[in-house]
Design a protein. Structure first.
Length: 72
């Protein structure tokens, strides 16, 4: 079964369920999945932090950032 088919099946099951406890459990599982960073994510974050601390990357103040956004 392909991923899209599994998603559709789950959607149909969610729509037809009448138990709030089931929905709460599924919601908790999905939220937990979204909260975790992978080791690769941490490596990227660490590398960018190191670059920033070494002065190798450009950083902006809040005022500069807001100004750049407003000028777009």
């Amino acid at each position: 079964m392909n991923l899209q088919a599994v998603k559709m099946e789950l959607i149909e099951m969610l729509i037809s369920t009448r138990k709030a406890t089931v929905l709460k459990k599924i919601k908790a599982i999905l939220e937990e999945e979204q909260e975790h960073l992978t080791q690769e994510d941490y490596k990227i974050i660490d590398a960018r932090r190191e670059s920033h601390l070494n002065g190798e990357s450009k950083s902006y103040s809040w005022q500069e950032t807001r100004q750049k956004i407003q000028n777009r």
